[in-house]
Structures are given as structure tokens and as C-alpha cells.
Ligand binder design. Structure first.
Ligand code: LMR
Length: 393
């Protein structure tokens, strides 16, 4: 039986981690996987996370099972962080194995509710969105998103494509800090998207993996909040990997907004059922850390302050890189780097140029020329800028 298995194509983002490790050159630069690194190249454990872990260690009396949906403290505080005001009468939610687990459960739920569901995805999107849907056999349609000329959003083309989604199709949107491009919708554009979906009855599914990494915790949730206030049914898959820096704890949540309490209860039951079928109880440690931080004023303030530092560090690197490139290239064609938000920017280089950067300069980025801004520091920005110009990008 097992000899029937076929070799799986390696994940392009994760493959880079191994390639980078194997490179013995001094001065190599890792701009691949989306992990925050401080200027010393370390992915730190946040202060509030350490403090919460200590508190849990001191007070936790059992490791017995929690509940299928995950702890209410975690789910409620996440709903408050993401939605601002929690519409409890409409909200079903479940803790998941990371943000990816939330995406998978959201798609499973959509398929349970509508076996003919088609999922509309931005072109481009996080490659694992496509991979998961392909594996599940879900029909997908790409909608225009990125304008390769301006490196911004091609909003007119996006709207035209979104209008093709039918009632009960899913439209997958990035809540903020679009991965892989770094180009994002304005709040006015979010309102237009809401209007299109209101008309068609297509269901928005928002992937929110970088809240706090763009313009701030509330600003980054503004599009999601607008959609939540306008549309009767909304799926939100959120991750705590980046904004709490707890990548390996696999902490995520799927929130589903419904139009009435009967549907909410049915949805809540279906979410718990999906967890049970997939992995039974969701992991608790990361969720407990997050719940502890978000429900304690001091820990929350300290966490938010550290997250703000992380965000500002990335913004500073964006400004520095755009400015170096302006000088070296004698043009403003890289200014989009300063306007993009989040961890990523799509540079717009060809695969051959990306390969050249790797071969000649030991600079690793994803093949579509997505670079992780947080992989830089003030010393490596000029190195990257020079390599970009030398590679003829
Ligand atoms: C990324 O896009 O690099 C991150 O979301 C990590 C991952 O799992 O791909």
C-alpha cells in the first residue's frame, strides 16, 4: 500500500529554511519564512509571554482535557481584540491548531454547509491557501489583486472579479498585511468590497495572521470589523503566531459570525464537531498564554508595547530600504516598499533575479520575490539594496 504514495512537492517557503541553513557563507541573509527577527537575528519570546507562562506554571493544577472548542477566556479575549465589540448573539468560535488549522476548519465548515462551494482567492495569495484547497479538492477561482506595475492593489480589476462570486461562495480576503505582496486595501476599498458581497450573498472569509504588524492592533482589524458589521455571515481565521511570537505553540482561532442565534448554536456545534474529527481537543498552552495576557491589564499593556516596538522596527527598515534604493538606483521606483505594510513586500523581481541574489549575494527570498522585512537589520539593508540594484531589478 505505502509504495503507492507519491513524492510530494516540497513547500517552497519551508524549503528555503533548509537551504539557508545549509549555506556556509558568512553574511548570508534570510528573508524567507515569515518569522519576526530582532536586529540581532533572534526571534524572541515576548516579555508578557514569559510572564504569563510563569503564572501558568505557578497556578495550573491540572493538565486534564479542556473543552472541544477551547477555553472561553481565550476565545472571548481574541474576539474582543479582533472585533472590538463582541456580537455574542452572532458569534461562534473554536480554538484551532494555529492559523493554518483555522483556515482548514473554515474551509471544512464551508464545505459542510455548501458542498458546491467555490473559493475565490487573491492572485497571488499565501501558497499554502492554494495547497490546502487543492488537497481538499475545493474548486477555486483567482481574483485580480496585485498590480505588478505599481506594486499596489489593482482595485478595479479586483472588484470586477469579486462580482463574479455567487451566493454562498467563499471570498478569501487577507485582513491586513497581505501575504505575499504587502499591498493592502484602504478602509474605503473594504467598504466597496462589503457592498459587492452584500449584493451577491458570497461569504467573506478573512485570514488575519498579522494583526499588529501593519498600522497597529486596531487599525489592522478595521477592514475585518467593517465586514463583520455589514455582512450577515463572516468567517475569520486568526493566528497568534506572529503577534504573540508563539509560532511553535500553534495557537489560532476560527470565529464565525452568523445572522441569528439558532444558526450560531448550530455553527458552534459544527465547529466543536470538526475539532473532534480532526484532532479532538485543540492545544491549550498557547491559548492559555494569550488568554492570560489579554485579560490582565499589566500584561496586556506590556505585550502591546513590545508589539508596537516590533512594528516600528519593521517600519524603520522599510523607510531605510526605500531610501537606500532611491539613492542607489537614482529613481523612486522602490518607494512602494515604504508604503507596503506587514512583514512582506513583493519586490517584483524575476525568478532568475531571485536566484542571482541567492547565488551571488547569499540573500534568500521566496521565488516570487517576496522578502521578509523582519529578516533585515540596519546593517544588512544597504547590503540588500546594493544587491538588488546590481541584479538589475
Ligand atoms: C509565511 O508565509 O512565511 C508564514 O506564514 C509561515 C508559513 O507557514 O508559510
Amino acid at each position: 500500500m505505502l509504495s503507492n504514495l507519491k513524492a510530494q512537492a516540497p513547500d517552497k517557503i519551508l524549503m528555503l529554511i533548509e537551504e539557508f541553513k545549509a549555506d556556509t557563507r558568512q553574511g548570508k541573509i534570510d528573508l524567507g519564512v515569515g518569522v519576526y527577527k530582532d536586529p540581532q537575528g533572534v526571534t524572541p519570546v515576548m516579555r508578557a509571554v514569559k510572564a504569563a507562562e510563569q503564572r501558568i506554571w505557578e497556578t495550573q493544577t491540572t493538565k486534564s482535557y479542556t473543552v472541544l472548542a477551547g477555553e472561553a477566556e481565550y476565545r472571548n479575549s481574541m474576539a474582543q481584540m479582533i472585533l472590538g465589540e463582541v456580537p455574542a448573539d452572532r458569534l461562534a468560535s473554536v480554538a484551532t491548531v494555529g492559523g493554518t488549522g483555522a483556515i482548514r476548519q473554515a474551509l471544512e465548515l464551508a464545505r459542510m454547509a455548501n458542498p458546491d462551494v467555490t473559493v475565490f482567492v487573491s492572485n497571488p495569495t499565501w501558497p499554502n491557501h492554494l495547497s490546502i484547497m487543492k488537497f481538499m479538492g475545493l474548486p477555486m477561482v483567482e481574483y485580480a489583486y496585485f498590480d505588478a506595475e505599481t506594486r499596489g492593489v489593482d482595485f478595479e480589476a479586483m472588484k470586477a472579479d469579486l462580482a463574479k462570486a455567487k451566493k454562498d461562495d467563499i471570498v478569501l480576503l487577507h485582513g491586513c498585511c497581505h501575504n505575499p505582496t504587502g499591498a493592502n486595501l484602504t478602509i474605503e476599498q473594504w467598504a466597496e468590497v462589503a457592498e459587492i458581497l452584500e449584493k451577491s450573498g458570497a461569504i467573506p472569509m478573512i485570514d488575519l495572521a498579522y494583526q499588529g504588524f501593519g498600522d497597529g492592533l486596531d487599525a489592522d482589524a478595521a477592514g475585518t470589523r467593517l465586514i463583520a458589521s455589514r455582512l450577515p455571515q463572516v468567517l475569520i481565521a486568526a493566528s497568534c503566531s506572529k503577534n504573540f511570537g508563539i509560532y511553535r505553540e500553534r495557537t489560532g482561532i476560527l470565529m464565525v459570525l452568523t445572522n441569528d442565534t439558532t444558526t450560531r448554536d448550530m455553527t458552534q456545534g459544527s465547529l466543536a464537531f470538526l475539532n473532534r474529527q480532526t484532532y479532538s481537543f485543540p492545544p491549550d498552552h498557547g491559548a492559555r498564554i494569550v488568554g492570560t495576557i489579554l485579560t490582565d491589564n499589566d500584561l496586556r499593556a506590556d505585550w502591546a508595547a513590545e508589539l508596537e516596538d516590533v512594528r516600528n522596527t519593521m517600519l524603520g527598515l522599510r523607510t531605510q530600504l526605500a531610501s537606500e534604493l532611491r539613492q542607489l538606483s537614482g529613481s523612486d521606483r522602490f518607494d512602494f516598499i515604504e508604503h507596503h505594510r506587514g512583514m512582506f513586500s513583493r519586490l517584483g523581481a524575476t525568478p532568475a533575479q531571485v536566484e542571482t541574489l541567492k547565488r551571488d549575494a547569499g540573500i534568500y527570498m521566496v521565488g516570487d520575490s517576496r522578502l521578509n522585512i523582519a529578516g533585515l537589520n540596519s546593517d544588512t539593508v544597504p547590503v540588500l539594496a546594493r544587491a538588488i540594484v546590481e541584479a538589475g531589478i
